[in-house]
Design a protein around this ligand. Sequence first.
Ligand code: IMP
Ligand code: MG
Length: 179
Amino acid sequence: MERIFGRPIVTQEEMRARIRELGKQITADYTGKDLVLVGVLKGAYAFYADLARAIRVPLRVDFLMVTSYGSRTKTSGKVKMVTELTEEIKGKDVLLVEDIVDSGLTVQYLLKTLGKKKPRSIKVCTLLSKPERRTIDVTIDYEGFRIPNKYVVGYGLDYQQEYRNLPYLAVLDVAEDQE
Ligand code: IMP
Ligand code: MG
């Protein structure tokens, strides 16, 4: 199956520049802290790798994987953590790294779940945000780009597990639109 994508919604150059800025900001904010960078798989993997290398303070890397039930371009409303962290986060400064905050459900769930492990602080960094889609009011501490209510793929983000390796972000035109 081949799909033709239109113009990138965020180009590789824009991405690089914005990630450099986020890295600087995070470096300044986490100097002297005890940073654990927690990536939310699978979607955040590309952003995570670039972001981590733009941060210039010592940090530990860790990952967790979540699934949200439901299919295709809609989030169903049930989030489940399918892998655990391996690093101790008690007393540490956790920065959650997400690909996209859509309804806000995943972030809300992760803040609650990881919060129980008593980190000293926990903040959220997301590459993308779709404010129009928010149903839960979550605080985003670092945000790469705000995008309109369109389904996007590439740079880690998928449609039915495909297109994650597209080196830029593109709008996927599927018949099944988001409401
Ligand atoms: P939430 O609705 O904020 O919980 O977001 C759930 C998840 O849906 C995100 O972490 C993404 O994995 C996925 N998602 C939301 N919007 C998009 C999109 O436009 N493209 C690809 N995945 C998306
Ligand atoms: Mg995700």
